[in-house]
Design a protein around this ligand. Sequence first.
Ligand SMILES: Cc1cc2nc3c(=O)[nH]c(=O)nc-3n(C[C@H](O)[C@H](O)[C@H](O)COP(=O)(O)OP(=O)(O)OC[C@H]3O[C@@H](n4cnc5c(N)ncnc54)[C@H](O)[C@@H]3O)c2cc1C
Length: 389
Amino acid sequence: MDFSLSDELSALQASVRRLAQDKVKPRARAIDKDAAYPQDLFDAFRDAGLLGLCIPTDYGGSGAGILGLAVAIEEVAKYSNAAALMLLLTRLPTGPLLIAGTEAQKEKYLIAIAEGTQRAAFGLSEPQAGSDVMGMRTRGVPDGGGGWILNGTKCWMSGVREADWYTVFAKTSEPTSRAHDSITAFIVERKWDGVEVGRTDHKMGVKGVDTGELVLTDVAVPAENVIGEVGGFRLAMLGLNAMRPIVAARGIGLAEGALMYATEYVQQRAAFNKTIADFQGIQWEIAKCAVDIEAARLLTYRAAVLADEGKFTKEYVPYLSMAKYHATELAVRASSLAVQLLGAAGYMEDHPTEQWYRDAKQLTIVEGTSQVQLGLIARGVLDRDLWWD
Ligand SMILES: Cc1cc2nc3c(=O)[nH]c(=O)nc-3n(C[C@H](O)[C@H](O)[C@H](O)COP(=O)(O)OP(=O)(O)OC[C@H]3O[C@@H](n4cnc5c(N)ncnc54)[C@H](O)[C@@H]3O)c2cc1C
């Protein structure tokens, strides 16, 4: 058992830490305020080779894997969760292709992501089908010539407006079916007829990278754009399982940023002829949060290593889900503590604490809510996938 990062990953961590301090930190508040897509940061990530971290070298990436991407996201999320989301979006929509895409799909779509010439987004949720994905109404029907016609509306899709293509899931058997083989994954290009970005959402946090609707009206999808098998819904779940450590990294980075900021503040803030940091009650809060952060990092790095080893099938789900659950709930607790430790100042826009607090909350909702993760962890224990005997 080795708890240290490899030399390559340590070097990656150091270089992304510098980039995050130099380029992301000074931009973070303006991105939140203006809610405008930070193209300059996308360009900086591209120039630093960060858009291809999780893409294999055969397809133009660096092959740093899920652990590499998680390490990079942790650094960026110390300052901006929107910027961290931009990195996450190199993996969420490409995950199903990486797992089950054809050679032609990988060459056509993955290389452009790694090079930063294209962007992608992931369409699973629908207004009436979030946690309950089997309730989706987007339909794919055969066009008679081997291809498919797609109709439906996806919602809350991160990066929908900037994307050049989408990984979209649709019912390909009876609309009322709840069988797993009733859903298929497709690659849908933005420029195709019938593909439109609908309304975009006004969000509480993580502004700058929009979320919104993708409206599909009689979209003709060629057979070669089916990902994996027709009826291969399992792909969505495998893709999301492998994503757990990456979302978790957004949580631990945010928590680290918030605790460091609040610690520096209380060490300088005078009260009762001392600093706030001199009070034991405050020190214990800092200590508890530090324990929480390190526990989340261990869970997250282990989950990333498992995912990189291809261990994201059912028996590994509890380990992956607990990283996501713990790290994202931690982000909410740590950002709340940071606001509290700054007092009134923490509530004001003069400090980033109120932004971290708003940003953190989305992490316990996206890609499987905390309740969904708890359900998966409990299922793992009940099924003895997680057992200590
Ligand atoms: C900022 C943001 C970005 C997003 N980006 C994307 C994206 O890029 N692509 C995409 O497809 N989706 C995206 N989503 C949607 C996200 O994946 C869903 O919000 C999430 O899956 C939860 O679905 P829901 O919002 O419909 O909540 P619901 O499923 O309606 O759940 C409501 C509440 O009930 C709880 N609940 C539901 N089922 C159970 C259960 N079985 N047991 C116990 N409690 C339960 C939930 O935990 C939650 O607290 C995004 C959401 C947000 C907020």
